[in-house]
Design a protein around this ligand. Structure first.
Ligand code: 3PG
Length: 547
C-alpha cells in the first residue's frame, strides 16, 4: 500500500533538521546542499532532547532515539520525523498523527542487509562458528566439540513473508532447504510463486521445521508470537533465528527450552531489552540470562549495519525528508491508503483540490456552514480521500492558526464546526472536482479539472472559464458595460503591474462580467482599492495559486 502526505510549501533555508542517531554522511550532505540547516547531535538523553526538539522542523532517527511521550509534546514545530531504517517501534505513531507530524521510513534501504544477517546467523548456528572462534581465541582447538549440521535438505519455517522474508526464502532455497512460510497477509499464490510451502497456521509449520526464522515487525498483534505454547510445539532440536525485533519471542520460555535441550540453539540479533550499544564494557551493566547459554549466539542489533544499507537509508531518508519539507508528495506511514488510478495523474488532482480549497477565502468573506465536494468522471471510481484531505488543507490554511496538513486536516475541520460532505458521480466524460460552499441560503461553487498536467478552473461561482490555475490573478466582478475593462486595465497598468493574460465571462448580456486578469506581480491593496472605486465595479480581489 502507498501512503501519501505532504506539507505546505516552506522556505527551506529556515528549516532546521536534527539528526539524532548515527547516519551516513551522504544524507546529511544532501540535505545541506539542498539548503536545509542540519544539526547532527547523537546520543542525547531524553531531557536534552526535550530541551531542543522544539527548534526543529524535522528529525531523523534510527532505532536508538525514542520519539515518544514528552519529547513529542515539546516538538511544536515538527513536521516530519524520518526513520532511517524499517522498524518504527521507537516512534509513537498515533501521537505523531494527533500532533500532525508525518512519519516516514526507508522501507527498502536495508532489507537485503536484514535478510543476509538472518542467513549468516543460520549458518553460524548450524556450524557453531562463533563458539569455535571464541574457543580458538583461548587456544582450545578441540574441533570435535564444534561438529555441526548442514542446512541443505533441512526444513526452514519463515515467519513473515514480506520483503525481507521473501529474500530469505530465495537465499535459503539456494542452500537447498525446503522452505515453508507463515504470514496471514501474504497469499498462498504469492508464496507458491516464490517456491515456498504456504502454511495457514503456525501449528502447521512449527512441528516440521529444523530452523525457524522471524521476519516480521513488532506490533501488538505479533508481540510474543513465539510464546511458551509455540516453543513447546517446535520439533526437538530445532534452531531459531531472530533478526527482526526483540519481544517477538517469549525469552523466558526460550531460555527454558534451550537449557533443557528441547531447542538446539538460538541466534539473536535482537532481544526484548537491548543493551546500551554505546557503552564500553567496563561500564556496561547489561544482564540477560540468554547470553549465559552456550547454545545462544547474540549480536548487538547488527542487521542493518552494513556499508551498503547505511548509505541507502541515509540517502533515502534525506530525500524523503527534503521532499516532505518542500511540500511534495511523499510516502508516509501515518496516512490513509490511497489507490492510484493508472489513467489519472493523482498528483495533479491533489494540486487541483488544494487550489479549490485555497481560492474561496481569497475572494469571499462569508462564513461557511457546509462544504460539498463532488468528484465526477474517473475520479468517482477511485479512493478520493487524499483529494478531500488536500482540499481541506488548502481551505483551512487561511482559516486556522494551526499548521494544517494531511494528517490533522480532519481534526482541524471538526474544530470549525463546518460540515463536509463528499459525493461522487461517474456520469460525464470529464474528471471534474466541484467544491460548493454553503453560507446560509447562499451556495457558491468552484469547479476544476486537469488537462495533461495543467490544473484548470472551469467554473467560478457560476461563471464558465477555462483558466490555468497558476500565478497571480486579479478577479474583478463588474457591470457588463462598454469601456469598463479598459478602465480596470488602465488602473493596473498605471500602477506598474504588467498584465500577462486575461479571460472574461458574463452571466447574461448587459448584466455582470467576471474578469480574470493574470499579472506578473502581486497586486497591492491600494491598487485593488482603486479598482473597487471605479464606477461599475462590484468587487475586486486577488488570487494567488501559491505555485
Ligand atoms: C530497522 O528496523 O531498520 C533495523 O532494525 C535497523 O535498525 P538500526 O537502524 O538501529 O540499525
Amino acid at each position: 500500500l502507498a501512503f501519501y502526505n505532504f506539507i505546505g510549501k516552506g522556505r527551506v533555508k529556515f528549516m532546521r533538521i536534527l539528526v539524532a542517531d548515527k547516519l551516513a554522511n551522504d544524507g546529511v550532505e544532501y540535505l545541506r546542499s539542498e539548503g536545509f540547516d542540519v544539526d547532527v547531535n547523537t546520543g542525547l538523553s531524553k531531557e536534552e532532547l526535550i530541551k531542543i526538539i522544539g527548534d526543529y522542523e524535522a528529525l531523523i532517527v534510527r532505532s536508538a532515539t525514542q520519539f515518544k511521550g514528552e519529547i513529542i509534546d515539546h516538538a511544536n514545530k515538527m513536521k516530519v520525523v524520518g526513520r532511517a531504517g524499517v522498524g518504527v517501534d521507537n516512534i509513537d505513531i498515533p501521537k505523531c498523527t494527533e500532533k500532525g507530524i508525518m512519519v516516514v521510513n526507508t522501507p527498502f534501504g536495508n532489507i537485503n542487509a536484514a535478510a543476509e544477517i538472518g542467513i549468516a546467523l543460520a549458518f553460524s548456528l548450524f556450524r557453531n562458528i562463533p563458539q569455535a572462534y571464541l574457543a580458538g581465541k583461548n587456544k582450545d582447538f578441540r574441533r570435535a566439540n564444534f561438529a555441526g549440521e548442514e542446512l541443505e535438505g533441512k526444513k526452514v519455517g519463515i515467519i513473515g513473508m514480506g520483503k525481507i522474508g521473501a529474500i530469505v526464502a530465495g537465499k535459503l532455497s539456494g542452500c537447498k532447504m525446503e522452505v515453508m512460510g507463515y504470514d496471514p497477509y501474504v497469499t498462498k499464490d504469492r508464496m507458491e510463486s516464490l517456491g515456498v510451502k504456504y502454511c495457514e497456521t503456525l501449528d502447521e509449520m512449527l512441528p516440521e521445521c529444523d530452523l525457524i526464522t522471524l521476519h516480521i515487525p513488532k506490533t501488538p498483534e505479533t508481540a510474543g508470537i513465539l510464546g511458551e505454547k509455540e516453543i513447546k510445539m517446535c520439533k526437538k532440536g530445532a534452531r531459531i533465528v531472530n533478526a527482526a525485533r526483540g519481544g517477538l519471542i517469549d525469552e523466558k520460555a526460550l531460555y527454558e527450552a534451550l537449557k533443557a535441550g528441547d531447542l538446539a540453539g538460538a541466534a539473536l540479533d535482537v532481544v526484548e531489552k537491548e543493551p546500551d550499544f554505546k557503552k564500553t564494557p567496563d561500564v556496561q551493566d547489561y544482564e540477560n540470562p540468554l547470553l549465559e547459554l552456550d547454545n545462544v549466539i547474540y549480536v548487538p542489533h547488527l542487521g542493518a549495519s552494513t556499508k551498503e544499507a547505511s548509505l541507502n537509508v541515509s540517502v533515502q531518508v534525506a530525500k524523503t525528508i527534503a521532499a516532505a519539507l518542500r511540500g511534495e508528495l511523499v510516502a508516509a506511514i501515518n496516512m490513509p491508503p490511497v489507490k492510484i488510478d493508472d489513467k489519472s495523474d493523482i498528483r495533479s488532482y491533489i494540486k487541483l483540490s488544494e487550489i479549490l480549497g485555497k481560492v474561496y477565502y481569497q475572494v469571499e468573506d462569508d462564513k461557511i456552514s457546509k462544504i460539498d465536494i463532488k468528484y465526477q468522471g474517473e475520479l468517482a471510481k477511485i479512493d478520493t480521500k487524499i483529494l478531500s484531505l488536500s482540499f481541506l488543507k488548502g481551505f483551512l490554511e487561511k482559516f486556522s492558526s494551526e499548521q494544517v496538513n494531511y494528517i490533522n486536516a480532519e481534526a482541524v475541520l471538526s474544530s470549525t464546526g463546518i460540515d463536509f460532505v463528499e459525493s461522487k458521480s461517474s456520469s460525464g466524460n470529464e474528471n471534474l472536482i466541484t467544491a460548493s460552499f454553503i453560507s446560509g441560503d447562499k451556495k457558491s461553487s468552484i469547479s476544476g479539472t486537469v488537462t495533461g498536467k495543467e490544473v484548470r478552473l472551469t467554473d467560478f461561482f457560476g461563471y464558465k472559464f477555462n483558466l490555468e490555475a497558476s500565478g497571480n490573478l486579479i478577479v474583478v466582478q463588474n457591470m457588463d458595460i462598454p469601456g469598463i475593462i479598459g478602465k480596470i486595465c488602465t488602473v493596473i497598468g498605471e500602477s506598474g503591474i504588467n498584465i500577462s493574460g486575461m479571460q472574461m465571462s458574463r452571466n447574461k448580456k448587459g448584466e455582470k462580467d467576471v474578469s480574470f486578469i493574470y499579472v506578473d506581480s502581486v497586486c497591492e491593496d491600494k491598487v485593488l482599492d482603486k479598482i473597487k472605486g471605479l464606477e461599475g465595479v462590484y468587487k475586486a480581489s486577488r488570487i494567488s495559486f501559491g505555485d
